[in-house]
Design a protein around this ligand. Structure first.
Ligand code: FMN
Length: 222
């Protein structure tokens, strides 16, 4: 089983990386081979909107990492996208990557809307991990809706699992003990009464990421 993951956080030891690391640990335990790309380190040009991909069935842009990345995406059984919420949406480097997915599809304008037909058959499992400062996960709704849209575009063989983590501001906060969290909440003027519940919830979120990785690994090996 071949899993390709994209980490969209510029913070190398941030909450996104902690969630993704747990998912990858679970996937490796179930036999997956794993490749991880940090989107901030990828050399990907912005989609130019030329729409030539609608005719030539590939992206016409040259001189960046897309040939390598698109081949890895097409060969993967599982794709994982992990990112912090930035202004209700994805960080720019992750959005830049997703825009290039346009070249995987033929898009046709119909009377009812757009018809998306992938050039390849996409029987892949997608997972989306997102963390955010807000205590309210609806903060991530625009990004979640984008991934739901991408999943639908890629056809009925494609599925999406999502895990959202809230009230996380500092790098690596999701892994903090109750004692460390208390110190952070004092500094951030967040009531200490949330600490026990949040610490337990953070542990459960990391466990959910691990289970998600195990399930993806086992399912794709079937
Ligand atoms: C530029 C920027 C924009 C952000 N926008 C939001 C936002 O709209 N909603 C939110 O809940 N958190 C927002 N955050 C907070 C991050 O999502 C949060 O700190 C997250 O835990 C960072 O993940 P990381 O440690 O993996 O980088 C923003 C942070 C930055 C730096």
């Amino acid at each position: 089983m071949n899993l390709v993951a994209f980490n969209g956080s510029p913070r190398k030891n941030g909450n996104t990386t902690a969630m993704l690391s747990e998912l990858l640990r679970g996937a490796r335990r179930s036999g997956a081979s794993v490749a991880v790309y940090n989107t901030v380190d990828l050399h990907l040009r912005d989609c130019r909107g030329c729409l030539r991909c609608n005719v030539i069935k590939r992206c016409s842009l040259r001189g960046d990492d897309w040939p390598l990345i698109s081949a890895a995406i097409l060969q993967a059984d599982v794709l994982v996208f992990a990112a912090p919420v930035y202004f209700h949406h994805l960080p720019a480097s992750m959005k830049r990557l997703l825009d290039r997915f346009r070249s995987f599809l033929h898009v046709q304008i119909t009377e009812d809307g757009l018809r998306h037909t992938p050039w390849q058959t996409w029987n892949k499992r997608l997972a989306l991990l997102m963390c955010m400062g807000s205590p309210d996960e609806t903060e991530a709704r625009p990004a979640c809706e984008l991934f739901a849209h991408v999943t639908r575009m890629l056809g009925s063989g494609t599925t999406l699992q999502t895990i959202l983590a809230t009230r996380l501001a500092l790098s690596g906060q999701i892994r903090m003990s109750e004692h460390e969290l208390l110190h952070v909440y004092e500094k951030l003027h967040i009531s200490a009464e949330y600490v026990p519940g949040d610490a337990a919830r953070n542990r459960e979120l990391l466990a959910a990421c691990y289970r998600c990785g195990s399930d993806l690994g086992f399912a794709a090996a079937e």
